[in-house]
Ligand binder design. Sequence first.
Ligand code: XMP
Ligand code: MG
Length: 185
Amino acid sequence: MIINSKNDYLSRIGRKVISEDEIYRGVRSAAERINSLYDGSPMLLVSVLKGSVIFAGDLMKYVNIPCELDFLAAKSYYDSTDSSGSVKITHMLERDIKGCRVILIEDIVDTGRTLDAVTKQLKSMDPLSITTVTLLDKPQRRQVDFKADISLFTIPDIFVVGYGLDCGGYYRNLPYIAEYKPDGK
Ligand code: XMP
Ligand code: MG
């Protein structure tokens, strides 16, 4: 995808689906739920790259318990708005998660394949628990039986960008969630 003018860039941003205020209220409520999980065991926040980085960064500001941060990357979408159907873990965690309470932070659950595959792989590494947190959920698109433990917003089957979510690498920096208009109309 090539965007070569600011007008082109802006014209593809459709209606606002979730505002900054709504996002922040959701982020704070998710942080409170994470805080309540603390029992003295090591806690590791895991941000799934790249889509969840803004969400994870904001979320951890309101987490007030001892915790560490790590990243993993999983790819199921390539440079398009359609799923490839397969999930590849392209960057694994650096930290050993044995005995840790893992908080797995994702931008969106769509077909469910990514978090289903990642969760299964992390379980085999013997963590104390895995809690999945997603900013968005598109239940109409589900292909595998997966439900996040903490899910902030349910959206219909539309392609959205902003607050970390991209199209062709663009729009992650948008501070709210908007519908993406491929033809700019
Ligand atoms: P699955 O299908 O594995 O997909 O649950 C999760 C990944 O799909 C991407 N995805 C989107 N990205 N706007 C985006 O920018 C969307 O509407 C959207 N729907 C799915 C996303 O990378 C997510 O991690
Ligand atoms: Mg993602």
